[in-house]
Design a protein around this ligand. Structure first.
Ligand SMILES: Cc1cc2nc3c(=O)[nH]c(=O)nc-3n(C[C@H](O)[C@H](O)[C@H](O)COP(=O)(O)OP(=O)(O)OC[C@H]3O[C@@H](n4cnc5c(N)ncnc54)[C@H](O)[C@@H]3O)c2cc1C
Length: 392
């Protein structure tokens, strides 16, 4: 069996970004994807400058710009009183500070751009319908078995197989943690969205145990909405929670505009919210984790895919910088990324509690953050700033 230089398990946003970054560093890569086709389900995605900086470096930003929207503001609204709480200016001062834009786009458009770039590379090969079922650490190489009986051996195996990662099982026996919240999400043709919340805005309505996000995607041809709430019926041994009836009952407490928009949501599928406890060990010999496989997080600060993209660039840099000793490259990657990703996971949980306050606590929150200027970015520098200098 010919040994593969780098084998990536999982062809989502993280896996394809990693394939592209590694190929740009001169490595050959083979990607295994469990689904019959490479693709994304779900709707919109917010990409902050920590991700767009890397997408620019990977040479895909021009293509992405053809599909994306660059909003001018991120607005927080009180979902009950329908009053503005605060906003972040995403215009010129933001661009100047971070050097790259905040964009919103359809996640399938991003995956397609990454997939096209991977297909155009001579160093990348891609295989669908290849669900990895067993990962074996063989010391200076690793072996991956797939459900169809095929076996692969590689010098480095990257586990980019998401929240329920098989590859992670080689490193940890921890389990995903349910937040007891559920998301409904979907898009509408813009002409069906008569009362959108501004084509220039990402709007986040926050309320007791709930939030509701709206923004335009695909050159503003589609309007994306995400409704999130806490289910009172959650039990770990049942799937009968976060139902459509609960959704309607929970959003009945919101103001009229939010209620009307929530009624337009798709109801055929729901996404229970999971994360895991932060883990600082991402490497076992030649096996390494990336993206949600390494640091699944609640999506409340819109960073899961952004962090996966950051992982991709860092992993490629670290492997390229240690070609004679791959283990030291993988450990360098873990050292540079694991604490930062853990901080993002913890911040996402904390921001959830901040959004979902009720009553007097919500009033205090609203009053205090109303005082911050829209161009105060001091709390975002650690997240959106350029961290590449740390690895040079
Ligand atoms: C409601 C919601 C909104 C979100 N909004 C944002 C946002 O605005 N911005 C943001 O940055 N993030 C957001 N996220 C998070 C983001 O979607 C994830 O963090 C991101 O998709 C992780 O990418 P990944 O490639 O690591 O994992 P995944 O997207 O889960 O991809 C894993 C891939 O591996 C494949 N796979 C799984 N198991 C196997 C196996 N055994 N063998 C082979 N292949 C396998 C899967 O089919 C899949 O293609 C959101 C998440 C949710 C739920």
């Amino acid at each position: 069996m010919a040994r593969i230089e780098t084998l990536i398990v999982g062809g989502g946003i993280g896996g394809l970004a990693a394939a592209l970054a590694l190929s740009k560093a001169g490595r050959s890569v083979h990607v295994l994807e469990r689904s019959a086709e490479f693709g994304e389900i779900g709707a919109g995605l917010q990409l902050a400058p920590n991700a767009t900086r890397i997408l620019a470096r990977l040479g895909v930003m021009d293509e992405i710009a053809k599909h994306a929207v660059s909003p001018s503001r991120l607005v927080w609204m009180d979902a009950i009183k329908e009053r503005k709480i605060t906003e972040i200016d995403l215009g010129a001062p933001f661009r100047e500070r971070y050097g790259h834009p905040y964009i919103v786009m359809h996640r399938s458009d991003l995956l397609q751009v990454l997939l096209d770039a991977c297909r155009a590379s001579k160093l990348i090969t891609l295989e669908a319908s290849k669900g990895a079922t067993e990962i074996e650490d063989c010391g200076d190489f690793a072996r991956v078995r797939c459900a169809d009986g095929s076996v692969y051996e590689a010098n480095i195996v990257v586990g980019a197989d998401g929240l329920h990662s098989k590859v992670r099982g080689l490193i940890s026996d921890d389990k995903p943690i349910c937040a007891e919240y559920v998301a409904y999400r979907g898009t509408l043709p813009m002409q069906e969205m008569s009362a959108h919340a501004g084509l220039d805005n990402v709007v986040m309505w926050v309320g007791p145990d709930m939030h509701f996000v709206q923004y335009p995607i695909r050159r503003a041809e589609l309007y994306n909405q995400v409704a999130v709430f806490r289910s009172k019926r959650y039990t770990p041994d049942s799937d009968d929670w976060g139902t459509v009836e609960e959704f309607d009952a929970h959003f009945a407490q919101a103001g009229q505009y939010v209620q009307n928009c929530a009624k337009l949501m798709w109801r055929d599928r729901r996404w229970p919210m999971y994360d895991r406890e932060p883990m600082l060990n991402w490497v076992r010999n030649r096996v390494v984790l990336l993206g949600d496989a390494a640091h699944p997080m609640l999506q409340y600060i819109a960073q899961g895919a952004c962090q996966a993209i950051e992982d991709a660039a860092c992993l490629a840099d670290c492997i390229a910088g240690s070609s004679s000793d791959p283990m030291s490259g993988l450990k360098a990657y873990e050292g540079l990324r694991a604490h930062q990703a853990a901080r993002v996971q913890i911040t996402a949980r904390a921001m959830g509690r901040f959004f979902h306050m009720a009553g007097a606590a919500a009033e205090v929150r609203n009053t205090m953050i109303a005082l911050r200027p829209a161009t105060d970015y001091s709390h975002l520098d650690w997240l959106y700033g350029d961290r590449s200098a740390a690895r040079s």
